[in-house]
Design a protein around this ligand. Structure first.
Ligand code: GLU
Length: 508
């Protein structure tokens, strides 16, 4: 019987969570939901030197924003806690010692000066990549090379030591990655990794597998950068006699231009966020986030989901719920996923269109200090949403729906505002005043009759009407705009517009 699905996202709190990290968390979340499993967050803070205050809160806040909250973790609870490795510190030593007892690991007493010295010597002898491994360990200071009396003396003395994995010689480690298929690595390429440090803390490797085992993790879904560690982890599971979780190593996120891993610097260079939310460094430097740039969480996760996965159909727009249904690890690709800032904007544009006008109206209201009703603002949103990517665009593109235009499009003036224009618009204004019920349909049919009578084409008249009422050369249906603004406002705008535009064009 297969075990219940329990997956974890295990960030080290060394800074803000990069969007690649959010993608890893998202895939874990989707996988858990799809299989009625549990999504856990565990903080891996064994490297205290790289600890950045605020990083953990930042991660939780980002998860809350995108809507992928774990059900077990620090501050959340669960039966397998604590979920922060530094709080689990007392339990790791016994596991490391268990490996010494079973001859899978050993004490190493070499000081860091001695190790540096060794590396230097090797380099001078033409071996630049010296490793502490199954060949060199015999000439180092450890519980393999020293007698058991000497070792005991050192331990009794309180001499500092680390515990290293006793990497077997020339063994092929094999495991089946859910995304990459069979991975085979020979142990001769792996050094005797430190499992337990002289400061009494486990290293990432030991803590990671002890926790995955004790938290009953069924699948380890993580970034490709951890693939080189996986053979060691597999050997550790074997050494302990534990069942290994299944592994899935996700493809890297690549720069939009050229190759290479997407980095924080690419964001600065190409002006797009690489973080979910704003991050302020201790020095006060701000790195921008998707949230603050006006992206919706649903666009952000839809975009992230497609960086390395596809549903195998034409469908591109997904809600979180739909992603949960559609997601599977066998549709995750091995190849790196190129981040595309334009596509990211496209997702945002599409999700804005999917939002109800009433919802958009409420968002718009928070950006305005005028007292427009929500009803009016929803009409504005309905008219403008096809032309907006962010809610702010509704104001930039359709501000004339909320107040009179303050300038008039020069190109339209140059191309269309001919001598006859003031008189023609005056006549059209008179027509508008005679329409019985002032709605888009009636305005449009009156307009058609007007064109016929004048024997003019739409392109000669409509742009003038639009120019005077909106100040723009383009926009949504003029008849709907006119209905929304109302007869009085249209007529007023036309007469003011005639004066202003005539002024501008005679000065040009
Ligand atoms: N702490 C590692 C990280 O920062 C976790 C890797 C893993 O998921 O095993 O990404």
């Amino acid at each position: 019987m297969s075990r219940p699905v329990r997956v974890r996202f295990a960030p080290s709190p060394t800074g803000p969570l990069h969007m690649g990290g959010v993608r890893t968390a998202l895939y874990n979340y989707l996988f858990a939901k799809k299989h009625n499993g549990t999504f856990i967050i565990r903080i891996e803070d064994t490297d205290q030197t790289r600890f950045v205050p605020g990083a953990q809160d930042y991660i939780m806040d980002a998860f809350k924003w995108v809507g992928i909250m774990p059900t077990e973790g620090p501050g959340i609870g669960g039966e397998f806690g604590p979920y922060v490795q530094s709080e689990r510190k007392p339990m790791y030593r016994a596991y490391a010692e268990q490996l010494i007892q079973s001859d899978k690991a050993y004490y190493a007493f070499d000081s860091s000066e001695e190790l540096t010295q060794m590396r230097k010597q090797a380099e001078q002898m033409g071996m630049p990549n010296w490793q502490y491994n199954n060949v060199t360990r015999t000439s180092m200071k450890n519980s393999i090379s020293l007698s058991s009396d000497e070792v005991q003396k050192k331990l009794d003395n309180g001499d500092p030591y680390v515990i290293r994995m006793k990497m077997p010689r020339n063994v092929d480690v094999r495991f089946e990655d859910e995304i990459r298929g069979w991975v085979v690595v020979n142990t001769n390429n792996i050094d005797d990794k430190v499992l337990f440090k002289s400061d009494g803390m486990p290293t990432y490797h030991l803590a990671n597998i002890v926790d995955d085992h004790t938290m009953e993790i069924s699948h380890v879904i993580r970034g490709e950068e951890w693939l080189p560690s996986a053979p060691l982890h597999v050997l550790l599971y074997e050494a302990f006699g534990w069942e290994s979780p299944k592994f899935a190593h996700l493809p890297l996120l690549l720069k939009p231009d050229g190759n290479g891993k997407l980095s924080k610097r690419d964001g600065d260079r190409l002006d797009f966020p690489v973080f979910p939310t704003n991050w302020t460094t201790a020095e006060g430097e701000i790195f921008s986030g998707y949230r603050e740039k006006g992206y919706y969480p649903e666009s952000f996760i839809n975009m992230l989901a497609f960086l390395g996965w596809n549903p195998g159909t034409q469908q591109e727009l997904f809600s979180l719920e739909e992603l949960t249904q559609a997601f599977s690890l066998d549709r995750v690709s091995k190849a790196g996923a190129k981040f595309d800032p334009d596509k990211t904007k496209w997702f945002q544009q599409q999700h804005l269109r999917l939002r109800d006008n009433e919802v958009l109206a409420a968002e718009l209201k928070t950006l305005l200090d005028s007292d427009h009703s929500l009803e009016d603002l929803s009409i504005v949103c309905n008219l403008m949403k096809e032309r907006a990517t962010f809610i702010q665009d509704i104001i930039t593109e359709g501000g004339y729906l909320l107040e009179k235009p303050s300038s008039y499009d020069e190109k339209t003036i140059r191309k269309k505002w001919k001598e006859h224009a003031p008189g023609l618009m005056q006549e059209w204004s008179t027509e508008l005043q005679s329409i019985e019920s002032f709605n888009a349909e009636a305005i449009e049919s009156t307009f058609k009759v007007f064109l016929e009578v004048k024997e003019m084409g739409i392109g000669a008249v409509l742009p003038l009407f639009r120019l005077l009422v909106t100040g723009r050369g383009m926009g949504p249906s003029m008849f709907e705009i006119a209905e929304f603004l109302g007869r009085k406002e249209c007529v007023e705008r036309i007469s003011t517009g005639i004066l202003e535009v005539s002024n501008v064009s005679s000065n040009a």
